[in-house]
Design a protein around this ligand. Sequence first.
Ligand SMILES: NC(=O)c1ccc[n+]([C@@H]2O[C@H](COP(=O)([O-])OP(=O)(O)OC[C@H]3O[C@@H](n4cnc5c(N)ncnc54)[C@H](O)[C@@H]3O)[C@@H](O)[C@H]2O)c1
Length: 325
Amino acid sequence: MSYVVTGGSGFIGSHVIDALTNAGHTVTNLDIREAETSAHRYVKADIRDLKVLTDIFSHHGRDGVFHIAAIADAREALLDPIKTMEVNITGTACVLEAARRAQVARVILASTVWYYNAANHTHDPERSAKGEVRYLDENEPISPQGGGHIYTTSKIASEVLCHDFQRLYGLDFTILRYGIPYGPKMWPGLVLRSFLECASSGMPIRIFGDGSAVRRFLYVEDLAKAHVLALKEVARNQIYNLEGERDVTVKELAETLAKFVPNLKVEHVVDVSRRGELKLQSVAISNKKAWRELGWSPTTELEEGVRRVVEWWHKKETMDVTCTK
Ligand SMILES: NC(=O)c1ccc[n+]([C@@H]2O[C@H](COP(=O)([O-])OP(=O)(O)OC[C@H]3O[C@@H](n4cnc5c(N)ncnc54)[C@H](O)[C@@H]3O)[C@@H](O)[C@H]2O)c1
């Protein structure tokens, strides 16, 4: 089958392209910037260019379009809300409209579990005190007051647009709500990468607060595999959470990294630019639907995932040094 991936030069998109290619599909990457290394067809285009999108989708994406391009860095979204709305919302509208015109079979949208920041009860102090956890599934209602972040709002709006295009024009979708991915090719600003950058320059790694903040990190190749499974018929017009399997504190992440990077130094800091991020304290995101319907669950253990990231980082550093010589 033949698919277009928007944002295929980016961290997650590049792994999605690999997963689709390994599954025997033909893939075209549509992105404003070229991939660092790629053997795939590449089209340099902005997702807001409706004419180019329609043309590319008609020729290469009739079987499906994976819409992954976005302003993905929440801090960048805070700094430039208008650009975030233009790229993430108008961009998604253009992708959907081009898909409609090109008669694309389905659009698969990259969304986020930050969606649940707009749910009514992300923090329940009573439940938290009892050590109880409530799992949020894809049917969790959200409040129109929004997710408390420009980035989250742009993703909720993108999801709503998918529903509109389905109801109004019959364009099918699958929405994938990603947890926090880590892995080779991750960008500066994502936690493990910033740890590695500090360690490489002999600086202490910076942990926000006491390191007890919990995340459910998801190895990016596990996430990418879900995109192949999402092509199943059962996933038509469905939403899936794709979340890491277990709670990992930032401290544990640092300790795991220390197994592969000797003499790691740690500094604890406060960062106000992280306001509005998803904080799960008595609630967690359920992967059950993805397991039940797609047969998907993450399989890469944290230690193995971190090992692969360190391996990639060392290769990248060697390449960067070679290139600057
Ligand atoms: N990385 C995360 O932690 C995370 C978590 C949840 C959801 N997501 C979502 O996953 C998707 C991919 O994120 P990522 O981490 O790979 O980000 P990334 O920045 O590595 O990749 C995004 C890609 O989109 C491209 N792009 C941006 N604007 C474009 C435009 N106007 N036209 C064409 N291409 C454009 C960029 O060049 C880049 O290659 C995004 O939709 C993001 O919101 C990411």
